[in-house]
Design a protein around this ligand. Structure first.
Ligand code: HPA
Length: 272
């Protein structure tokens, strides 16, 4: 595993003239346009990077992009890997581990999620403060990769409280309304039933999606501070549940995208 990570890193360093990103960004479903704000220096197709999984889902284009966002060197995953696509957990988090080995100091993650909190509206932004893993497994099962992190990583602060605080300040300074809440990861690919929404709400979640948690677990394992934000693309609250189609999710994500981009960009500008 370490060797495959190393081979991917070696290839990337060679193709990017040793570009040194300080921050990693993962863009979720329908949220790829943040890339337009990046001064792109290098762009690699996932398919060309040794051992990288290849993205299959609609709305994800599958590129690792290197450049500057708000004047800071970043690496951006345009498109991510989901458990429901059939990838192993190791594959899902492979790029996160690669970005850490490339030297990123913080990870910024976005996703599209269903809103469970009764006050949420579509296209709201929810800064994630904690999560509940409802996937049947996680990326740390199996032999521990001691080079990356400890056997029993602490999970008392998976989302950096400092980054949450800074994000709320950035939102306030820019007149953005943001929510905070708990994200639950469901396996998908089907959306949840009404009874499942009720259950997931009851156990303490404010939003539900099909990503992010494995990546955050892998990041926390490597002591990488994480910031994550959900774009609420549909409402999963009794009385407000409608049939969901991917087009609607992409439309709601597109509407929220400028706000999400502003939040992440301004937050990154504030980092050392
Ligand atoms: N569940 C419900 N609604 C959603 C999801 C999900 O996983 N992702 C985006 N909207």
């Amino acid at each position: 595993m370490i060797e495959t990570l190393q081979e991917a890193c070696d290839y990337i360093r060679q193709k990017t003239d040793n570009f040194q990103p300080h921050f990693g960004i993962v863009l979720g479903t329908g949220l790829g346009a943040l890339v337009q704000d990046i001064q792109i220096a290098y762009s690699l197709n996932y398919g060309d990077i040794p051992h990288f999984p290849v993205s299959t889902v609609e709305g994800h284009s599958g590129k690792l992009i290197f450049g500057e966002l708000g004047g800071r060197p970043v690496v951006v995953m345009q498109g991510r890997f989901h458990y429901y696509e059939g990838y192993s957990m190791e594959q899902v988090v492979f790029p996160i581990r690669v970005m850490k080995l490339l030297g990123i100091q913080k990870l910024f993650v976005s996703n599209a999620a269903g809103g469970l909190h009764p006050d949420f509206n579509t296209s709201d932004l929810m800064v994630i403060t904690d999560h509940i893993n409802l996937l049947p497994t996680n990326p740390l099962i199996g032999k521990n990769l001691d080079e990356l992190g400890p056997r029993f990583p602490d999970m008392s602060e998976p989302y950096s409280e400092l980054l949450v605080q800074q994000a709320l300040e950035v939102a306030e300074a820019n007149g953005l309304q943001v929510r905070t809440g708990v994200y639950a990861s469901a396996p998908g690919p089907m959306l949840e039933t009404k009874a499942e929404y009720h259950y997931i709400r009851t156990i303490g979640a404010d939003a539900v999606g099909m990503s992010t948690v494995p990546e955050v677990i892998a990041a926390v394992h490597m002591s990488l501070p994480v910031f994550a934000v959900s774009v609420i693309t549909d409402l999963c609250v009794p009385g407000k549940i409608k049939k969901v189609i991917l087009k609607d999710i992409l439309e709601a994500a597109a509407k929220a995208e400028p706000n999400m981009t502003l939040l992440i960009k301004e937050l990154i500008k504030r980092q050392d």
